[in-house]
Design a protein around this ligand. Sequence first.
Ligand SMILES: [Zn+2]
Length: 62
Amino acid sequence: MSTCKKISRLLSDALDRPLQTGEWLEVHAHLPICRGCRGYKQQISVLRAAAQRVRGEEPETR
Ligand SMILES: [Zn+2]
């Protein structure tokens, strides 16, 4: 549970700053085994793309 909390925080941090290598490794180790966090990642990337469209920016591909 605390892992999911940390991962979801890292996913939203990633919108504002580059994640460190160790942080990415944690995220990428966790996402394949956790449906909830995959859904969260999907959700925030959709939100971010929508926000960028509103500002007239191209969605960033990652
Ligand atoms: Zn999780």
